[in-house]
Design a protein around this ligand. Structure first.
Ligand code: HEC
Ligand code: HEC
Length: 199
């Protein structure tokens, strides 16, 4: 028992300096974000193969952003250009960058076209909006989808279906939809006012 206490005590002492290091904030995040601007601050910047617009992240929730960055690092998401951008990120730095992104919404531009039917999508998305609200201030942790590029939303829902992107909840939420239904859902969210590029 005594040994456990000693170990706990040591841990507390060791934990203190790293608490102090949490001085990383949005301004450190802003500096680190410079390498990301080419893709995430350029309106309608398109990925080449497959073709989809790079996701809008300006105004996205910081808790989600930090967890998304760690997902690339831990390979729960596809080995795209984002793996190279996240490979050496520490958790503290991911949090700092995410703080900067959340408060740095740029001009809201029209979302990429999906070809889906937004009205049908609204009915299909009735089970989604409890988690995917558009309001930054409501304390939710799921990503905001409002204003996201439609072709990115379709692509990423297909990634959940194929298991290229791993998340148990989302894989079960979108597993049964057809491609047309995914396009309808994407059109519904893409047509809303919300996310932007990072200014
Ligand atoms: C070469 C272009 C490129 C660069 C540079 C880049 N990204 Fe990305 N980013 C992408 C693409 C493409 C995706 C979508 C990947 C996927 O399919 O999951 C993405 C996805 C993301 C996501 C997840 C968005 C979501 O809605 O889930 C975050 C967060 C992100 N990037 C942050 C960053 C940060 C922070 C940096 C710099 C450290 C960065 N990106 C650099 C292209 C880029
Ligand atoms: C219980 C809460 C919850 C429900 C309900 C839910 N989601 Fe999600 N969704 C999440 C979370 C958490 C994530 C982030 C998972 C990750 O990091 O991969 C997510 C991620 C997503 C993404 C990826 C966003 C991005 O920026 O990459 C899409 C698209 C999405 N959900 C669509 C839907 C749709 C469509 C429905 C309804 C059919 C739905 N979700 C229902 C919690 C939920």
């Amino acid at each position: 028992m005594k040994r456990v206490l000693v170990i706990c005590g040591l841990f507390l002492i060791m934990a203190t300096p790293s608490q102090a290091k949490k001085g990383l904030d949005a301004s450190a995040g802003k500096d680190a974000f410079e390498t990301c601007r080419g893709c995430h601050s350029t309106p309608n910047y398109s990925n080449v193969a497959p073709v989809f617009y790079v996701p809008k992240i300006g105004g996205q929730r910081k808790a989600y952003l930090a967890s998304a960055l760690m997902s690339y690092k831990h390979e729960n998401r596809a080995r795209t250009s984002m793996l190279a951008n996240s490979e050496n990120l520490t958790e503290d730095m991911a949090v700092a960058i995410s703080q900067y992104i959340e408060v740095s919404a740029g001009k809201v531009t029209k979302a990429g076209y999906t070809g889906g039917d937004a009205k049908k999508g609204e009915a299909l998305a009735a089970t989604c909006t409890g988690c995917h609200t558009g309001d930054l201030k409501d304390g939710m942790t799921a990503p905001i989808l409002a204003g996201q590029h439609g072709n990115y939303l379709v692509k990423v829902m297909q990634d959940y279906q194929s298991g290229v992107r791993k998340d148990a909840v989302m894989q079960s939420m979108v597993g049964a939809f057809s491609e047309d239904e995914l396009k309808d859902i994407a059109a519904y969210f893409a047509n809303q006012k919300g996310l932007s590029i990072v200014k």
